[in-house]
Design a protein around this ligand. Structure first.
Ligand SMILES: [Fe+2]
Ligand SMILES: [Fe+2]
Length: 341
């Protein structure tokens, strides 16, 4: 038996535990806003299974429409299915950092919400395709075939960032991490509102309302943390935030706008096929915003974020794609980003 097993025989009180150990034994709370957000998360919790699925008649859609709508959910799930492990890691970090009790709970609520969003993607895809895996599904139409190829490439690209993220989590402060979270949340809150307004199917309307509300809360969590930590943010962290915002823009554009070529490794006909699929889905009453509406939404989200960062003297990156001037950021790749949806 190693000698440290018998410390209790030699000492009255146990020695200090080397830090960080994974859990605090304290429940300190100073950010009141976090407590309010947690209470809202408890009140607003929803169950994807309990949506009015009985009002959905998939047979009323053509196969092309079904495959086009399932494609959009697949695109979303490339982001939302990675969110539970991503936020679960961030949750562990709040414990290692001995964060405030309400902050730990808020990150727990985000993990739980994102798991819900992932479930929703799975339910929609399974109902519309009659199959639970969009990559092994046998497409019934030519468009469906081309969209499946798109989905395979999206999945390949999305799968590349996990190792980078795992390395980033222990390296960066929570303050740097949630600057990239915030950008996904701002844009997501808007896009789901638009999807809600423009979708005809009741079950989707309800889902988008709930998801949009969740994303709004996630945004509020990031804002509350920024208010707490950014006034004292170190200069090198500020530079990192600028870089992460540019990376987040490139990454999240795939779902919120269109995937930029220099960052996403995609076939030449990808955009054409995606636009065609979106057109078919829109025609079937599924509220994907048009190219122009997406661009406007994404630009506004960036400007909102810029407004927040300006307050703390953090330079904003140039986003020429949506007409925003700023600091030039180069050398962004999948292995060095920590974006989240
Ligand atoms: Fe989400
Ligand atoms: Fe979120």
């Amino acid at each position: 038996m190693a000698h440290h097993d018998k410390l209790a025989l030699q000492m009255d009180l146990p020695p200090q535990i080397p830090q960080p150990n994974v859990f605090p034994l304290s429940w300190h709370a100073k950010t009141q806003k976090m407590e309010e957000i947690w209470d809202a998360a408890q009140r607003e919790f929803w169950d994807p299974k309990k949506l009015p699925w009985d009002t959905l008649d998939v047979e009323s859609y053509s196969w092309e429409e079904r495959e086009a709508i399932a494609y959009w959910w697949t695109l979303l799930s490339v982001f939302d299915a990675s969110a539970p492990p991503v936020f679960a890691s961030a949750l562990i970090k709040t414990y290692e950092d001995h964060e405030e009790d309400p902050v730990r709970r808020c990150f727990f609520s985000v993990t739980r919400d994102e798991q819900n969003h992932e479930q929703m993607c799975g339910l929609a895809i399974t109902k519309f395709l009659g199959h639970d895996d969009p990559l092994t599904y046998q497409p019934k139409t030519d468009l469906g075939k081309r969209l499946q190829k798109n989905a395979m490439w999206l999945y390949y690209n999305g799968g590349r960032y996990w190792n980078g993220y795992k390395n980033a989590v222990p390296k960066y402060s929570l303050a740097v991490l949630f600057s990239s979270f915030l950008m996904g949340e701002i844009a997501a809150a808007t896009i789901f509102k638009q999807m809600h307004d423009n979708s005809r199917e009741l079950v989707f309307k309800e889902a988008f309302r709930n998801i949009g509300r969740d994303e709004g809360r996630h945004m509020a969590i990031c804002m509350a943390l920024m208010e707490r930590d950014y006034p004292r943010l170190a200069a090198e962290d500020k530079a990192l935030v600028t870089k992460q915002i540019r990376a987040g823009y490139l990454f999240l554009s795939a779902v919120l706008f269109e995937p930029p070529e220099e960052f996403w490794d995609l076939p030449a006909d990808f955009i054409k096929n995606q636009r065609e699929g979106e057109e078919v889905a829109r025609g079937a009453g599924f509220g994907i915003p048009t190219y122009e509406a997406k661009k406007e939404n994404w630009r506004n989200a960036m400007l909102n974020l810029k407004g927040v960062l300006d307050r703390y003297g953090i330079p904003f990156p140039a986003i020429p794609e949506v007409g925003i001037e700023g600091q030039e950021v180069t050398e962004v790749d999948m292995d060095s980003i920590i974006p989240v949806f």
